[in-house]
Write a protein that binds this ligand. Structure first.
Ligand code: NAP
Length: 505
């Protein structure tokens, strides 16, 4: 059955599922070597709609033996795919992109159903995720080498770039499409074959992407999706690092898991790229356009209900504009609509799962117990369901509170007052993370100074939304290393080979 017919059924049942339990998922297998496969054990795990808490499907709970087969399939596929020309790969990838665009509405609905982000946001992610395949289809033809100026007449020196081989891609639930295409686009363009392990919460979007890749002509075994439940992730993750046929791994997720995978890769000295947790400062200097800053703050903070790695974690606001900024922010936050992700006009859907609800609740309780003021929100919304949480604004926060120092990853905004630029930078740089940072300033010298001084991989200057396929995404410090998107994204999936030609005189 073609994907579009699968989608039509999928979407109909998702819409029905909003009202009833009688939901039959169509994507109920993993996708290996271009075949729909079950786990050898026959075990499955449920995929749950976080908004309704209803089961929207069940996919295979694969173990290391199942995943080994996918790695073997990728190894065999790489033998031919790694030999294709950039132009050939570009052609196939362009077709994949076109199918992604053709199916964008259905992809967005599927994503909203499994991860709970509002449909309009899911549509935005699909456009962004699709653009990665478009971009890397174009980059496939530009993976050039270099001719080195030789120091001696008896030798000519050339550098060529070759694909790593089989790569493992492990992705989180919060961007079920884009976190995959940002990696798989670069991997395929480089000539690698990949085994993708999506998050337990969101395997359906991954499976849809893989099916569309197959429909576009990506050969069997080049792009495989294996699924496993959370308890199996450490063992499967270890295999995806240590299997002798795996040349490298690209991971997006928490810093804690990234460290485990980094250690796993050490035994085989595997290449690894890590896109890990963030803790973004969002600084507002006096003289900044406050209305623009508040718009940027809301867009940056509340996307995906605050569960975004580049989400603003702390708003640092210069003392003379602090009260004004807080009033404006509070007003905008009050207007945010929490509710069913499929309902028009909704800005915030549910948190992804119950442990996220517990985490956000504890962060707010910890702050309140230590003296924070809850200016807005501060509690769940039981009338909507168990996983909905109000947009929350905390003031009077201090370094003893979890919300001040740790990544919040939820719809909780905290505002901190500062006096000088130096003080703002010192607070901003006082975390172990270094993914994104933002600031609003109308002073060009300050903009350059602060942009250079922030210890992060990406800076938004008078801008709260910064991601694009053309730009290099990635962090420093414990937010990881390696870059995604941009022409640098290809670097993670290629190595440089040096050819030295000895010349006869
Ligand atoms: P996570 O718990 O680290 O999970 C990410 C992926 O790793 C999931 O597929 C997960 O599977 C898998 N996993 C978990 N434990 C594993 C193990 N021991 N070995 C191998 N794989 C394992 O992260 P999350 O909670 O889903 O995502 C939130 C974090 O990701 C936040 O810190 C956020 O900032 C970060 N993030 C970073 C970026 C970036 O670009 N830098 C982008 C998005 C998110 P299960 O789902 O089965 O647990």
């Amino acid at each position: 059955m073609g994907l579009s017919r699968l989608f039509v059924r999928q979407v109909r049942t998702i819409q029905r599922q909003a009202r009833s339990m009688s939901y039959q998922l169509k994507f109920d297998k993993a996708f290996v070597n271009q075949k729909w496969v079950a786990a050898a054990s026959g075990k499955t795990f449920d995929v749950v709609n976080p908004s309704t808490e209803q089961v929207v499907g069940a996919v295979p709970d694969m173990d290391e033996n199942d995943v080994s087969k996918a790695i073997d399939a990728a190894g065999e596929a790489f033998a031919a795919w790694g030999q294709t020309t950039g132009k050939e790969r570009a052609g196939v990838m362009r077709k994949w992109y076109e199918l992604l665009v053709k199916n964008q509405d259905e992809l967005a609905k599927l994503m909203s159903a499994e991860c709970g982000k509002p449909l309009s946001e899911a549509q935005g992610e699909v456009v962004y995720g699709n653009s990665m395949i478009e971009w890397f289809s174009e980059e496939a033809r530009r993976i050039h080498g270099e001719v080195i100026s030789s120091p001696v007449k008896t030798k000519e020196m050339v550098l060529i770039r070759q694909p790593l081989g089989v790569v493992s891609l492990i992705t989180p639930w919060n961007f079920p499409h884009a976190m995959i295409t940002r990696k798989a686009g670069a991997a395929l363009a480089a000539g690698c074959a990949c085994v993708i392990k999506p998050a337990e919460d969101t395997p359906l979007t991954a499976l849809a992407l893989a099916k569309l890749a197959a429909d576009a002509g990506v050969p069997p075994g080049v792009l495989n999706v294996v699924t496993c439940a959370r308890p199996g992730a450490p063992a499967v993750g270890r295999l995806l690092c240590e299997h002798p046929r795996v040349a490298g791994i690209s991971f997006t997720g928490s810093t804690a898991v990234g460290k485990v995978l980094y250690r796993n890769c050490a035994s085989g000295v595997k290449r690894i790229a890590l896109e890990l947790g963030g803790n973004a400062p969002f600084i507002v200097f006096s003289g900044a356009d406050l209305d623009k800053a508040v718009d940027g703050a809301v867009a940056c903070k509340f996307r995906n209900c605050g569960q975004t790695c580049v989400s603003a974690n702390k708003f640092l606001v210069q003392e003379d504009v602090f009260d004004q900024f807080v009033d404006k922010l509070q007003k905008k936050m009050k207007a945010l609509v929490v509710g069913d992700p499929f309902a028009p006009g909704v800005n915030l859907g549910p948190l992804i799962n119950n442990s996220q609800v517990t985490k956000v609740t504890q962060i707010v309780e910890d702050a309140v117990a230590k003296g924070a003021e809850v200016r807005l929100g501060g509690k769940q919304v039981p009338s909507l369901g168990k996983r909905f949480y109000e947009p929350t604004l905390l003031l009077n926060v201090d370094p003893s509170m979890v919300c001040y120092s740790e990544e919040i990853f939820g719809p909780v905004a905290v505002c901190v007052r500062f006096k000088t630029e130096q003080e703002a930078l010192s607070i901003a740089n006082s975390t172990k993370s270094g993914l994104a940072g933002y600031f609003y300033s109308s002073d060009i010298s300050q903009a350059w100074r602060v942009a250079k001084a922030l210890e992060v991989g990406m800076v938004g200057i008078n801008e709260g939304i910064i991601s694009a396929a053309e730009a290099a995404f990635g962090g420093v410090k414990e937010s990881g290393f390696g870059r995604e998107g941009c022409h640098h994204g290809i670097d993670e999936f290629t190595y440089v080979k040096y050819l030295c030609f000895g010349l006869s005189q």
